[in-house]
Design a protein around this ligand. Structure first.
Ligand code: HEM
Length: 489
């Protein structure tokens, strides 16, 4: 087999890749051995900043196929026509662990999908949970701080986590999910994905509908107990990577069904909960699931770094027919991700092959580090807008309908009068006895080392959700040799 010649980065053939150029057999090395310097310099630059959250992840490429007609809700090109296929790439992740953290840790999982549509990239950057810990973006950096390492001990801190949660009653719903069986899936294939926020769809008539997106796993749910996870991690810290990569390599392609829930503006105004509050679900009885399509992951990437590490998702990436909503958290995310990518990957991160749209790209952004694409206007004389040189122009036909906004520009207390307990109560009531026992045991486990007053504050919150919830955790704490009495006792 003839083999390619090894070359320098400048393309010149390399004569010797084994021996440095030296003054004699024992050295020293000559400064003119540029290829040695080049090799060492490249190694020094191999790392880029990891994602500030969701650093540890696993991904693959695949296909989205339309199986249900939602054209009355949206003009989005990718949803037009049963059987219509769109190329996708997905990345799943843990939230708190750094790169190299063990995969099978109890944590929320990211579930992000980039759809390379004919009208640009649409990124649905969700989690495996339909709600979140906080409902105001002011709280997000603090929440993440409580999950990451303590600045002095450099260890993750149960105390910080429960301190934050016990002072943030809006977290009860998500904490209950995280500590339940759903909080520790066996593999990324055994979990659902949720857009979580309320988004919108809009159609050719300019009508807007509020929607939630749900990916339901076709592999079935499977979870680890904390004990099982310990054993898995002891054997293999990369168990998710192994499972996902291995399944696709073996031709067992994981699949999810995509559904939407739809709410009209009139229904949103009538709802007895805030439909734009990220800590709430929309009851399925009132807002039934509507099938949209099938997500199949069927191709492993060839290079983890270029295709998964350099993969850049952003909730700001929407396409005509899909829109945002007033959800404050979503609004903050529309800013945060592209900003993170410019820092993590560089100004022109969207031109990297994995992020580059399959749709034609025509814009007037220019220059900056690593502009390797030249001009994107089709004509070097068209480098500003408006111009007389045939450069790209706006297309009013894709104008989004106006948002129904009214308000006072004030800061509204998001906790005042908000019902943080009914939805977690409904969830708790769905759990059978064994599920409740596991939930309470996982919580007791996670409270190791947490000061009594913080535990007591959190137990009072669980009591408000359901008497059996607070008592269940008390019993689980007692089983671990810790007494935690009811405040009134
Ligand atoms: C105000 C709230 C939030 C902020 C400011 C925020 C910010 C960020 C940032 C800066 C990253 C790293 C991006 C990168 O470097 O590539 C990230 C990653 C991620 N976030 Fe958020 N986030 C928020 C809430 C959420 C919520 C509610 C969800 C899910 C519903 C979510 C899901 C994800 C996922 C899945 C990733 C990893 C994406 C990937 O695989 O590359 N985040 N977030």
């Amino acid at each position: 087999m003839s083999r390619n010649r090894l070359t320098t980065t400048a393309g010149a053939p390399v004569a010797d890749n084994q021996n440095s150029q030296t003054a004699g057999p024992q050295g020293p090395v000559l400064l003119q051995d540029y290829q040695l310097l080049e090799k060492l310099a490249h190694q020094n630059r191999e790392r880029i900043p990891e994602r500030v959250v969701h650093a540890n992840g696993w991904g693959a490429r695949g296909t989205f196929t339309v199986t249900g007609d939602i054209s009355r809700y949206t003009r989005a090109d990718l949803f037009q026509g049963l059987g219509r296929q769109t190329e996708v790439i997905a990345r799943f992740s843990n939230v708190a662990g750094e790169q190299g953290a063990a995969d099978a840790e109890r944590d929320v999982r990211g579930f992000a999908v980039k759809f390379y549509t004919d009208e640009g990239n649409w990124d649905l950057v969700g989690n495996n949970t339909p709600v979140f810990f906080v409902r105001d973006p002011y709280k997000f950096p603090d929440f993440i701080r409580s999950q990451k390492r303590h600045p002095r001990t450099n260890r993750r801190s149960n105390t910080a986590q429960w301190d934050f949660w016990s002072l943030s009653p809006e977290s009860l719903h998500q904490v209950t999910i995280l500590m339940s069986d759903r909080g520790l899936p066996q593999t990324p294939m055994n979990m659902n994905g949720y857009g979580s926020h309320t988004f919108s769809l809009w159609n050719d008539q300019g009508e807007r509908f509020w929607v939630k997106f749900h990916f339901k796993t076709r592999q079935g749910h499977a979870f680890f107990t904390d004990e099982e996870a310990k054993a898995v991690i002891g054997e293999d810290r990369e168990s998710y990577q192994k499972a996902l990569f291995g399944a696709i390599d073996a031709g067992q392609f994981p699949k999810w069904t995509l559904y939407i829930q739809v709410m009209s503006q009139a229904e949103a105004e009538r709802a007895d909960f805030d439909p734009f509050d990220l800590t709430k679900v929309w009851p399925h009885g009132d807002y039934p699931l509507i099938e949209v399509g099938e997500l199949e992951l069927n191709r492993n990437v060839d290079n983890y770094f270029t295709e998964i590490e350099q993969l850049a998702f952003s909730p700001s990436n929407i396409v005509p027919g899909i829109g945002h909503s007033p959800d404050k958290m979503l609004q903050a995310r529309v800013f945060a991700y592209a900003d993170a990518h410019r820092y993590r990957l560089g100004t022109h991160y969207e031109a990297l092959p994995v992020n580059a749209p399959k749709a034609p790209v025509a814009h007037y952004h220019k220059d900056g580090a690593m502009n390797f694409f030249g001009h994107k206007t089709g004509n070097p004389d068209a480098f500003y807008e408006p111009n007389s040189f045939g450069g790209p122009v706006e297309d009013p036909s894709v104008k989004e309908p106006p948002l129904p906004l009214a308000g006072d520009g004030d800061r509204h207390d998001h906790r005042l009068g908000n019902d943080d307990v009914s939805q977690p109560r409904a969830l708790f009531e769905l759990f059978d006895t064994a599920e409740r026992e596991r939930l309470c045991a996982n919580i007791a486990n996670a409270m190791d080392g947490v000061p009594d007053e913080i535990v007591a504050r959190q137990l009072a919150l669980f009591d408000r959700v359901h008497a059996d919830y607070g008592d269940g955790v008390r019993q689980a704490l007692a089983a671990r040799g810790r007494s935690a009495r009811k405040a009134a006792e």
